[in-house]
Write a protein that binds this ligand. Structure first.
Ligand code: SAM
Ligand code: SF4
Length: 460
């Protein structure tokens, strides 16, 4: 048996791709290993959403060079940077043996055979046509030991947000046929999974034979599935039908990640986001009326080209008004071949120090709001899906509320149980309490010694 170590950067799509890589390599007798130093094959599954992610990838490659020198390990680069920068990687890093794009994961065994047979560097970054693209089918065995799992329902993105590199690295949108999604959900329940999260860059524009709302409703009906989540969405695809699904199906969890990006219409226009702040708020109002108590989280970019102090104040005011349960805020990072990078000189670069100050202010605001929102749960009982031992104190248990908040608690329920937890303490990022009742035990007992993520998967 040979050993593979996969270093995963970036989003959940990449984490899922890493699992499919591990499965493809199992057919070549490769088993996952937790350290690069013990590997015969090292793969970097890269992210190019911001420059920092690319820099991290390059510095990791530098570290793995030693393993190549000492053990003769093969080194491959996959994911979004590989797709966009294949030539740069090959030129700059002579010890990389192969480069492959997100559409070429299934070709990994063939790539390795070619390297062994011909001793050449291999590049596989061709797009697969939308019509011919076949989503890798997950092996449920990979998910054994997890109460909650992700299912890829689409790839690529047909939007043209001016800051975003995804359409250049992941190509056009392709939706996975809904029957395949339901089959995968069903297969996952046989190994103990009770909560599934449907993932894609823009899931609510799903077109796999039924609407996205229908897909959620049908997934909720799969026997053994108790909770359904999804990520991530574009506000302009938040349809009335999707809002209605939240009203009628309690298995769809009360959490919606709805990236707004900016609170200024002028900035949204330059970002090519296709909605105004007023339209965004109107959708949100409808959603909150359909599902009272729903937690809404968001992404915000600060320092987008031309963002003035007034624009930024509008973003702060929006965040105050919406009171997001969580916020992922980023400093704008120019990406190659994107519209905003090409027009940055015309629109005006925001100074780095100003960007950082704005980011700090948003983060401080979010911390205050999160503390206030979480404090409201103290003294209340929330339902939690148990995922295993607490990451901060192994004598306690850990899970998530319906709103997707981390809950650490004193209790004994096995992973996969749904329990009622009385909340005693709250912080900005989590709740803490004690188990007062087990509401349902998992039909399949989960061996908790199993890793929560594949051993080879290290998210930077
Ligand atoms: N599809 C989702 C949407 O439309 O809102 C977002 C997916 S994107 C992979 C994740 C987040 O990365 C975005 O919401 C955005 O806030 C951030 N992001 C994307 N490009 C960026 C850039 N050039 N600089 C900083 N942040 C960026
Ligand atoms: Fe990128 Fe999301 Fe816009 Fe698609 S919708 S281009 S993934 S930010």
């Amino acid at each position: 048996m040979k050993r593979v170590f996969i270093h995963t950067f970036g989003c959940q799509m990449n984490v899922n791709d890493t699992m499919r890589m591990t499965e493809a390599l199992a057919s070549m007798q490769y088993a996952a290993t937790p350290t690069a130093e013990s590997a015969d094959l090292i793969i970097l599954n890269t992210c190019s959403i911001r420059e920092k992610a690319e820099d991290k990838m390059l510095s990791a490659l530098g570290r793995y060079r030693q393993v190549k020198l000492q053990r003769g390990a093969l080194i491959g680069v996959g994911g979004c940077v590989a797709q966009q920068e294949k030539q740069k990687i090959l030129d700059k890093v002579p010890y990389v043996d192969f480069v492959f794009g997100p559409d070429n994961i299934q070709k990994l065994p063939e790539i390795l055979q070619r390297i062994e047979a011909d001793r050449v560097r291999v590049v596989e970054t061709a797009w697969v046509d939308s019509e011919s693209y076949v989503f890798p089918q997950a092996d449920p065995g990979t998910s054994r030991g997890k109460a909650t799992e992700f299912i890829t329902v689409m790839k690529g993105c047909d939007n043209v947000c001016s800051f975003c590199v995804v359409p250049h690295t992941r190509g056009r949108e392709v939706s996975r046929p809904f029957g395949d999604v339901l089959k995968e959900a069903s297969a996952l329940t046989t190994v103990g999974v009770r909560e599934v999260t449907l993932v894609g860059q823009n899931v609510n524009s799903y077109r796999g034979g039924v609407s996205f709302a229908q897909l959620l409703l049908r997934t909720a009906q799969v026997p053994g599935v108790e909770r359904v989540r999804f990520t991530t969405s574009h506000p302009h695809d938040l349809s009335d039908e999707l809002i209605e699904a939240f009203r009628v199906e309690p298995k769809i969890m009360p959490h919606f990640h709805l990236p707004v990006q900016s609170g200024s219409d002028a900035v949204l226009k330059r970002m090519r986001r296709d909605y105004t702040v007023e339209q965004y708020l109107e959708r949100l109002k409808k959603l909150r009326a359909a599902r009272p108590g729903i937690a809404v989280t968001t992404d915000i970019i600060v320092g987008f080209p031309g963002e003035t102090d007034e624009d930024f104040e509008r973003t702060v005011a929006l965040a105050e008004q919406v009171r997001y349960a969580g916020q992922f805020s980023f400093v704008y990072s120019p990406r190659p071949r994107t519209g905003a990078a090409m027009r940055e000189a015309e629109w005006g670069t925001v100074e780095h120090a100003v960007k950082v100050k704005r980011l700090d202010r948003l983060n401080a605001l979010q911390k205050r709001i999160s503390v206030e929102l979480n404090a409201a749960f103290v003294g209340k009982t929330v339902q939690v899906m148990v995922e295993g031992p607490s990451k901060t104190d192994a004598s306690r248990r850990f899970g998530r509320s319906g709103q997707n908040t981390v809950v650490n608690f004193d209790g004994d329920a096995p992973a996969g149980s749904l329990v009622a937890v009385e909340i005693g303490h709250a912080s900005a990022s989590s709740l803490s309490g004690r188990q007062v009742r087990v509401e349902s035990l998992p039909p399949v007992m989960i061996p908790e010694a199993a890793a929560l993520v594949p051993e080879s998967c290290v998210v930077a």
